[in-house]
Ligand binder design. Structure first.
Ligand code: KG4
Ligand code: ZN
Length: 323
């Protein structure tokens, strides 16, 4: 079967997203970000599930309409990892559509969706490549050998990079999600003003909890730097740690193609510094770094093209490990 258009649905956290990806790439990509969590300073799981239930139908309809489709050839949905109630909404909706349309269904690992997103548009890396997936829940450096074969070289021992951005934003009273605000403020700051630590545990692992604590300690001790300078200094420390690992992995493995993905890959300083490395760096467009349906449709499509599909009794996998 020449597979053309795949509908992808993503509801693992606080974005209700749907997209259609076909042979020519992204046909539509609709993302609804839940704003209700901002007043709580973080994602409230039960509120996320309810908001997904309210929005998923309209978001899917919008994605199909924008792609000019009434019935795609297959349906993909995030099956994990993520908030179980949130995952269940998109997964169940997707299965219902696949059953009604009588088309193949495939459950997608959210992290694999991110990891494969640099292959969706523009020049793609060739296998094998290094993949740094940096999101709100995960910070992992993979050696991606082939579709479905990913070796973990290193991962965070405590907070994820995005989590550190969110916590530091909270300490500074900047609201949630913190990454984009810290990024924006940092553009007006100087990274050398506060000398925050750059923890580098083990060979390729990461650790951001101590860095976050250093920012808290600095503020509690009455640090006088302006907020943009604190943001820029913190951000520089995160970027240094991430790229140090990438460089070391490239040296150790001899693999010179590096793909960045996940919400933190939207960070302007990380993108600028990554581009200046003496490596072949692949960055998805900013909108495709944070959670979206296109990456799920794309990952699902690649697996379907490889002859895989799931039965409709596939369960949600809130802690689905990719390796
Ligand atoms: O991939 P993502 O949308 O969701 C998860 O799978 O977690 O990543 C969300 C994370 C949040 O922690 C958010 O603060 C961070 O990505 N983020 C950023 C930026 N945009 C989003 N962090 C730094 N700079 C940004 N521009
Ligand atoms: Zn994500």
């Amino acid at each position: 079967m020449p597979l053309v258009d795949v509908l992808g649905i993503e509801t693992s956290c606080d974005e209700t997203a749907a997209a259609v990806v076909g042979a020519a790439g992204v046909c539509s990509d609709v993302v609804h970000s839940q704003e209700i969590h901002a007043r709580y300073g973080g994602v409230v799981p039960e509120l996320a599930s309810r908001a997904h239930v309210e929005k998923v139908g309209a978001v899917v309809r919008a994605a199909l309409d924008a792609a000019g489709l009434s019935r795609p050839e297959a349906v993909a949905a995030t099956a994990g990892p993520g908030l179980i109630g949130a995952v269940l909404v998109g997964l169940s909706f997707a299965k219902g559509l696949a059953a009604a349309w009588d088309v193949p269904f495939v459950g997608v690992n959210h992290l694999e969706g991110h990891l494969l997103s640099p292959l969706l548009e523009g020049t793609s890396p060739q296998w094998p490549f290094l993949a740094l997936v940096v999101s709100g829940g995960h910070t992992t450096l993979y050696l991606a050998r082939d579709l479905g074969t990913y070796e973990v070289l290193g991962e965070t021992r405590d907070d994820a990079a995005g989590e550190a951005f969110d916590k530091v934003a909270r300490l500074l009273g900047l609201g949630y999600p913190g990454g984009p605000v810290v990024d924006r403020l940092a553009t007006a700051g100087h990274p050398e003003v506060v000398d925050f630590p750059r923890p580098l545990p083990g060979d390729f692992d990461f650790s951001f909890a101590g860095l976050k604590t250093a920012v808290r300690t600095y503020l509690h001790r009455g640090g006088t730097a302006a907020r943009p300078d604190v943001c820029a200094s913190f951000q520089a420390a995160v970027v240094d740690c991430l790229l140090h690992r990438v460089m070391r992995a490239a040296e150790r493995t001899g693999v010179r193609q590096v793909a960045l993905a996940g919400g933190v890959a939207a960070n302007s300083e990380l993108r600028r510094r990554a581009r200046s490395l003496d490596l072949d760096v692949f960055l998805p467009p900013v909108a495709r770094c944070t959670d979206n349906g296109a990456m799920i449709a794309h990952a699902g499509r690649l697996h379907l093209l490889a002859g895989e599909r799931h039965d409709l009794d596939l369960r949600a996998r809130p802690s689905w490990a990719m390796t």
